[in-house]
Ligand binder design. Sequence first.
Ligand code: HEM
Length: 421
Amino acid sequence: MDKGILLNQDYKSWRYNRNFFSQAILSPKFVSEAPHLINKLFNELEGYWDKLYIKEEVINENRNKMDVSTWFNLFTNDVIITLLTGERSYTMAGYFNELSDDEKAERPSALIDETVKFVHAIRKHFLGLLIFQFVPPFLRHYFPYFKNKSDDILQNIEFINQRMDAIIKRRREEIENTPLDKPLSNDLLTSIITANTPRDINYNKIDDKEVTRPMTDSEIRVIIFDGIIAGTDTTANTISFIVYYLAHHPDVKRKMLNEIDRIFQDDKTRLITENDIHNLKYCEAIVKEVSRIFSVANSFSRCLEKPDEIGGYQWPADTIIRINIDAIHNNEEYWDEPEKFNPDRWMVEGFEPKKNSFIMFGGGLRVCPGRKLAMIELVCLMVLLFRKYDIDLIDKKAPLKTESSIITACTELLVEIKLRN
Ligand code: HEM
C-alpha cells in the first residue's frame, strides 16, 4: 500500500501525495470555488425537487415525500467529482430521469449515463480494493468465486483508469493552450497538474526536488480517486444525520432558522458567500454537535512505530491501534453531559474541546485534508435546505436507519418537503 493518500502506508510516498492534495484543496481559489459550485448544483437539485415533490398537485395528492438521504448522496457525488476533476457530473439528473415518468432532465442522456457509470465503477472499485486487501492471492487465483470477482474488479479498474486518463489528458491540453496571463479553472485537478510547474505561483519557492517534482498521470489518478471516495459519503451521511437531529430538536431548529434569517434577511435565493459561512456560527455548532454525538466515521487506525505504553499496557512496535471515535466523543472525562445533544456548548465564548477529544476529522499528521471543504459544504447545505423549505420526518418515532462498516451510513431518511412560509 504505497499509492495515493487514504490507504498509503509508506511515509515518504504518502507525504508526497498528501502535500499536493492539501496544497490544492486548501488553496484560496479552490475554497472560494466551492460555495459557488454548491449554490449552482443545489439550484439544479431544486429544479428536480420542484417537479417531483413541490408542485401543487403533488402536494394535494400527498406525494411530496422522498428519501432525502439518496438525494444527498447524489448531490455530494456531483459536487465532489466536479470540484475535483473540473468535469460536470450528472448523477442527480440520472436519478431524476429514473423517478420522473414524463419529463426528463435537460442534459444529454449519453452524458448522464457516462457519469452514472463512472460513479458506479468508483464505488465498485473501492469495495474491490477491500477484497484485494483481505483475500489472499492464492484464493484469488485458484478459487472460481474469488477469481471471477477479482477479474471483474480488474476490468473495472481498467475502465476507471481509461476515463481518468482521458480527463487528465484533456485538462493538460487545456492548460497548455491557455496563455500564461489567462486564468485557469479552479478545480483540484488543474491545481495538481500545474503544481511545481512554471504555472504555479509558488514555483521556485521550494528547493526540495524530491518533494516538488510534478506528479505523473497515474499518481494524479489515485489521489483524485481517494478524494472522491473520502469526500462523498462522509458529507452526505452527516447532512442526513443533521436533518434527523433537527427534526427531533425543534428548539435547536428554531435557533438555527433565526440565525439563517438574520444573515439572509429573509432572502431565500441569495448566493451564499464565504463571508456568510464564516458568520453562520450556530450552523457550524450544529454540524460539530451532531458529529460529536453521532459521528459518520466510527474509528481510524494508527500503527506504533516503537514499543509504547497506552492505557496502562505495554505494546510492541507495529501494533495497530484502532481509535474509537464514539467512545472519545462520549467520554465524561472530556464532555459535560456527553449524551445530551447541545449545540450551545460550542457557542460559549472561548470554548475549545480538550486536546484530541473532538476527532470527527481524525487528528495529527493524517487529519482529514478535506475538513474545510466538508464544513463549507455542510453549512451551505443547511442554509440552502432550511431557509426555503420546511423539511420534516415522515415518522418521528422511527429510529434513524443506518448501516455501519467503515463509516456509518444512513440507509433511508423519509421526509416530507414543502416551501417554507
Ligand atoms: C463530514 C465529512 C468528512 C468526515 C467526517 C471525514 C472524516 C475523516 C477521517 C476521520 C479521516 C481519518 C483521519 C485520521 O486518520 O486522522 C479522514 C481522512 C481523509 N479524508 Fe476526510 N472526512 C470528511 C470529508 C472529506 C472530504 C470532503 C474530503 C476531500 C474531498 C476528504 C478527504 C480525506 C482524505 C484524502 C483522507 C486521508 C488522509 C490521510 O490519510 O492522510 N474527507 N477523513
